[in-house]
Design a protein around this ligand. Sequence first.
Ligand SMILES: Nc1ncnc2c1ncn2[C@@H]1O[C@H](COP(=O)(O)OP(=O)(O)OP(=O)(O)O)[C@@H](O)[C@H]1O
Ligand SMILES: [Mg+2]
Length: 263
Amino acid sequence: MLEVKNLTVVYNGVISVLHGVSLEAREGAITALLGGNGSGKTTLMRAISGILTIYEGEIQEGNIELAKIKLNHLKAVDITKKLHLTYLMEGRPVFEYLSIRENLIAAASCRWDSAVPKDMERVLAFFPPLKNRMQSKAGYLSGGEQQMLAMGMALMTNPRFLLLDEPSLGLAPIMVKEIFKVISRINRERKIDILLSEQNAMVALRISSYAYVMENGRVVMDGSSIELIENADIQEAYLGSKDAGKKDYKEAKRYKRRKRWLG
Ligand SMILES: Nc1ncnc2c1ncn2[C@@H]1O[C@H](COP(=O)(O)OP(=O)(O)OP(=O)(O)O)[C@@H](O)[C@H]1O
Ligand SMILES: [Mg+2]
């Protein structure tokens, strides 16, 4: 289980971005992290994966634990290599000038062992469109295929815990559906726990069991995903309920919240 307690993060020593964030991502589960632009989702994932310093960021207060091991001062490489937590950054990070095969091999460089070739077959089984194009340069793939490759690379690091940062960003709805099906399968079949950040709330809530909503560096709501799908504020903010256009006085407060979440 991943536990974040009362986490405060500052960039450049002054810009306070996370203000006492607490959450849990339970073993075996997909946990969703919802929130609009700039709400702090990526910053939280950078803190968990140990790469905040690259961005001049720093944990000022709080605690991050994975299976009761404190991560706060561990190096990113140890968090991935020894504790098997991998962070797949937003924006489909692939090496554009390398082929699919080379990208997958590069991702496995942190663990090179004799199981890598066999593992590549296992990983490719999740992504049939990649399998027949192993020599293609990653830069020529579609956005959806690049996201598949990026996820394949994350799997090649042999994770037990995955942080996925906005995997649906910029993808066509049909591709989003495909990607989320695979995320769900990876969780079930590979027994990998997942913390998933998303602005696309409906798809994230459908495949997760629990969700947190962030706003301005704070968790403002949490609950089981089934509960949140039914929640009126969530419906208005993210899902476009049938009354979303109605903005009478009674609705004003909710409308304001919706505006805040949408950024
Ligand atoms: N390296 C940095 N230095 C200073 N401020 C930063 C840095 N990175 C992010 N921020 C600020 O921190 C806040 C949270 O940003 P973050 O990227 O964590 O949000 P997010 O929820 O991931 O947003 P998005 O959905 O747009 O990816 C924003 O106000 C952003 O401008
Ligand atoms: Mg982000």
